[in-house]
Design a protein around this ligand. Sequence first.
Ligand code: ADP
Length: 307
Amino acid sequence: MNSIVVKNIFKSYNGTKALEDISFEVKKGEIFGLIGPDGAGKTTLFRILTTLLLKDRGSATVEGFDIEKDYKSIRRIIGYMPGRFSLYQDLSVEENLNFFATVFDTTVKANYELIKDIYVQLEPFKKRRAGKLSGGMKQKLALCCALIHQPEVLFLDEPTTGVDPVSRKEFWEMLKKLKEKGITILVSTPYMDEAAQCDRIALIQTGRIMDISTLDGIISKFPKKLYAVKADNMYKLNSDIKECGMCDTVYIFGEYLHITPESDEISGLEDYLRKKGHTGIEISQIKATVEDCFMELMSRHGSMNDE
Ligand code: ADP
């Protein structure tokens, strides 16, 4: 059985579409990533699946329970870590954990085994107020609180946003250990590089899922040749390449421009750039990253609120 089944979910806020025809399934014990920028609809979807918000249309189940009819059963078997810091800032680490355990009618002691690996890192600060913890520590405490009743499914809404790279890495290692214990994890992130940490991902933009697959599956579908281009004057390079008529897409990617040619060949590009006075020209064919796939899918799908 799939842990999460989402079928054709639609949601609008006062006429503005936030989710349009969202469907996907998450297998038991899978880490499934919802990857998309701010405003993509990730939080709306999490709130619907965690039974905190009603959908307009469609249906969904979590461990076989219907998100509306069986909302009480779902609340007992899921852990939810909302995007913004959800803990009580004035309570200490220990007090927060005890509070969440009590809400679920259990104790920290009874569930210690599950949180032990994470909690040992927090223990030196157990008397510290949650509001005074570092970003990485807050995130670990929030994860402990979401796990304290031994949920079968974890919903983590942007757990690594605003957290330093080392803590982000540690966090994903923790999620992999939870997966080994059989917990299903639906996690959202705006960081494309985190796609590599998930078993499968859905790329989401303006309320629509553009593609669902493994990371390799998504990358292998990139339909064009892709080139990284650099020159001494990047600003001029950007405008000259946009005007050259040889490229389908042109976008800035770190210190390079990534371009996809209109036809398969761009043999005339270097000559064209020299004639335009460019120096330090570098053109190399590269393999697409998930970010390139996202850009390509976006250019194909457009924005739903534009329609
Ligand atoms: P994400 O979590 O990916 O940033 P959200 O689900 O928060 O996306 O937002 C999706 C869209 O719905 C955005 O356009 C946002 O402005 C809009 N939205 C979210 N919450 C509300 C709300 N309570 N009222 C009106 N619009 C909202």
